[in-house]
Design a protein around this ligand. Structure first.
Ligand code: MN3
Length: 170
């Protein structure tokens, strides 16, 4: 996690800052500005996604309180937190290549939704409650090819208190 935070996340921040400087320098040059969009999306997404991920994690993570607003919603929509996690992990396992798994509150309907994004594409409209990094760099040092084990174990440090706070704020 230290390597992930200090090296991987840092690289997205460094490259986003460089792209933003270039964009500022390209002021008025539409062609140059367009050429920078991919770097801004990738590195900006990487920064946003990891920032959500770190705040999701805690060494003494709190389980979902069934009496909380999110606890009630999870029970109504999924039956139990275990069933939600099973669906979330199936979605994570289905990602081909690099990407992220998300539990979001749908901006239009208010319902919970499990979704995935490829690469560092961020969630821009719905409210993220939980994000899980499914890139190889997130698990390979510890789990090697056993990514399903990583998906199972990550829930031991997913802090539902943060998720509930995000849900209430939304
Ligand atoms: Mn990562």
């Amino acid at each position: 996690m230290r390597l992930h935070h200090g090296k991987h996340h840092q690289t997205y921040v460094t490259n986003l800052n460089a792209a933003e400087s270039s964009l500022e320098a390209a002021k008025g040059d539409v062609k140059k500005a367009i050429a920078l969009q991919a770097a801004i999306k990738f590195n900006g997404g990487g920064h946003l996604n990891h920032s959500l991920f770190w705040a999701n994690l805690a060494p003494s993570a709190e389980p979902l309180d069934p009496a909380s607003a999110l606890g009630k919603r999870v029970e109504a929509e999924y039956g139990s937190v275990e069933k939600l996690i099973a669906k979330f992990n199936a979605a994570l396992a289905g990602i081909q290549g690099s990407g992220w798994g998300w539990l979001v509150r749908d901006a239009e309907t208010g319902s919970l939704k499990i979704t995935t994004t490829a690469n560092q594409d961020p969630i821009t409209k719905d409210v993220v409650l939980i994000g899980i990094d499914a890139w190889e760099h997130a698990y390979y040092l510890q789990y090697e090819n056993a990514k399903v084990k990583y998906f199972e174990n990550i829930w031991k440090v997913i802090d539902w208190k943060t998720a509930n706070q995000r849900y209430e704020k939304a």
